[in-house]
Write a protein that binds this ligand. Structure first.
Ligand code: GLC
Length: 540
């Protein structure tokens, strides 16, 4: 077990995800930008997070809102320029905030010059930088793979008579990671940003990099829901030959070696899949990702104490000694936390869970406002997933603008400008300025949790020990590092529960209701509905 004082920044720290389009507009076009992030750094530093992860800001046709990169080494004019990025890094570092950027290695935009060259002629030197194949004998696509966003994963190029692979939009052709020149060029993009002071990368769909060399058909998915939209070819198949290939791991180690050329940089990867596949991405010697994102408390998880505990315990048991845990409860691809877990009561308990488990938490902007999914009128849907697979699949709902104050457009953009996505209807009362003034707001709960976590060795580097025998709908655990000891007791039910912990003698350090600090806790704790508490024991 690593003790708190030996931890790296990415182990002690809390990551805060910013979706730059939606954080702060400073140019008056209804879309957020890098200067907007700079202008809000004081808020973020004061809030108490340690690192900012910025979703893509690269030049892009924005078909997938920046996950279609047209140049890996520049900034889209919509967001600013490289000088603005440099100012952002300097201003963040001046406030002890780290900067993590999104790196999208699996696919580029079809407008990237590499793809334009690749597509121009079969004998172009860059032809093999992407995945081109002849049509099947019947003229159709080379195999049966489907796109995550609907339709086949192949598009035919009339001019050169071959198909190219794209598991997202047709405008997102997949790079050929079997080609050493592609790997070398992509590694240089990592160096480019590390030279500019970037502290880490969140690597997009990293489990997809290598595909089956023969591009074999995927077998049918026996668990496919019967009511899939007709064009959802992806979910109809069992994803065997297109993800989590063993060959990914050698590439992961190369990527990590590039990061290790620079001191203390952090490799985070977007990964889902079964626990036993996921855990392999730490590398056999801890030489792949530092933090393969752990989505297990989010994906398919109801607000249920035994299930959450089982997920944490299974992950803790699966981790090798060198592997550092991490948890994610929301991001730009998933339903908002407060909507998923059923209201602000559970969302407060979820905040305490996320910030007290062992490992690095990643927060999603505006979760500190308990911002719910914002309904988007069908004609305003912009996300390609929603456009192609139906309104109920759109991710626009969780990407709406940050709400700063009660002014028209919530301080996100000027009052006379239409924000790129609507604000929540209650933005005049649900915003940072209003919540900052309410002592018991969820914003202040997050602040208190972040401050307490930062000051408490048990929460930073301490061990995790679940407590058995409490009420079924409560989740109770110890965090301990030497003299620093805390008990966390979370009531997942809306009804009061009594939690008995023999020998417990301490003081309430925090309640999710922010009204019991300092109360003595001896042997038994009475929890109100949807209440979580941290009990400090000894010198916590
Ligand atoms: C990742 C991103 C998602 C994007 C997709 C394709 O899942 O998080 O937003 O659409 O990759 O790049």
């Amino acid at each position: 077990m690593q003790r708190t004082k030996q931890l790296h920044w990415w182990q002690r720290g809390v990551v805060y995800q910013i979706y730059p389009r939606s954080f702060q507009d400073t140019t008056g076009n209804g879309v957020g930008d890098l200067q907007g992030v700079i202008d809000r750094l004081d808020y973020l530093a004061d809030f108490g997070v340690d690192a900012l992860w910025l979703s893509p800001f690269y030049p892009s046709p924005m078909i997938d809102f920046g996950y279609d990169v047209a140049d890996y080494c520049d900034v889209d004019p919509l967001f600013g320029d490289l000088a603005a990025f440099d100012r952002l890094v300097a201003a963040a570092h001046a406030r002890s905030l780290k900067i993590i950027i999104d790196w999208v290695p699996n696919h580029s935009s079809d407008q990237h010059r590499w793809f334009l060259e690749s597509r121009s002629r079969r004998d172009n030197p860059k032809r093999d930088w992407y995945i081109w194949r002849d049509p099947a004998p019947d003229g159709g696509p080379p195999n049966n793979w489907g796109s995550f966003f609907g339709g086949p994963a192949w598009t035919f190029d009339e001019a050169t008579g071959q198909y190219y692979l794209h598991q997202f939009c047709p405008e997102q052709p997949e790079l050929n990671w079997r080609n050493p020149d592609v790997r070398a060029a992509m590694y240089d993009t990592l160096r480019f940003w590390m030279e500019r002071g970037v502290d880490g990368f969140r690597m997009d769909v990293i489990g997809l990099l290598l595909k089956d060399e023969e591009l074999r058909d995927n077998p049918p998915n026996p668990d496919a829901p019967p009511d899939l939209p007709e064009n959802d070819l992806f979910s109809r198949l069992h994803q065997v030959h297109n993800m989590f290939l063993d060959e990914n791991h050698a590439v992961m180690r190369e990527i990590r070696a590039v990061l290790d050329e620079y001191p203390d940089r952090c490799a985070i990867g977007e990964l889902w899949g079964p626990l036993e596949e996921w855990v392999r991405y730490y590398g056999p010697q801890g030489d792949e990702l530092h933090l393969p994102f752990n989505f297990r408390l989010m994906d398919g998880m109801a607000w249920n104490a035994p299930q959450m505990r089982a997920s944490v315990d299974a992950m803790e048991a699966a981790l090798p000694d060198f592997a550092w845990p991490n948890y994610v409860l929301g991001n730009h691809d998933r339903m908002r936390l407060v909507t998923r877990f059923g209201g602000e009561g559970p969302a407060r308990v979820a905040a305490m869970l996320l910030l007290t488990l062992r490992g690095t938490p990643t927060l999603y902007y505006a979760d500190e406002l308990a911002l719910p999914d914002v309904p988007i009128p069908p004609e305003k849907i912009q996300d390609p997933q929603g456009v192609n697979l139906g309104p109920e699949r759109t991710r626009d709902v969780c990407r709406t603008p940050m709400q700063w104050d009660a002014a028209p457009n919530a301080g996100f953009c000027p009052p006379d400008v239409e924000p790129w996505l609507p604000l929540s209807a209650d933005y005049e009362t649900r915003n940072v300025a209003v919540f900052a003034e309410q002592p018991a707001s969820i914003l202040n709960l997050y602040r208190r949790l972040l401050a307490y976590r930062r000051a408490t060795p048990a929460l930073l580097g301490g061990s995790y020990t679940p407590v058995d025998g409490g009420p079924d709908d409560c989740y109770i655990y110890w965090r301990e590092d030497g003299d620093s000891r805390c008990l966390i007791a979370l009531n997942f039910s809306a009804e009061p529960r009594a939690v008995t912990v023999p020998g417990l003698k301490g003081q309430l350090a925090l309640s999710t209701h922010l009204d019991r600090e300092g109360e003595a806790a001896e042997g038994e704790i009475e929890l109100r509905g949807n209440e979580g508490v941290i009990v400090a024991v000894g010198a916590a």
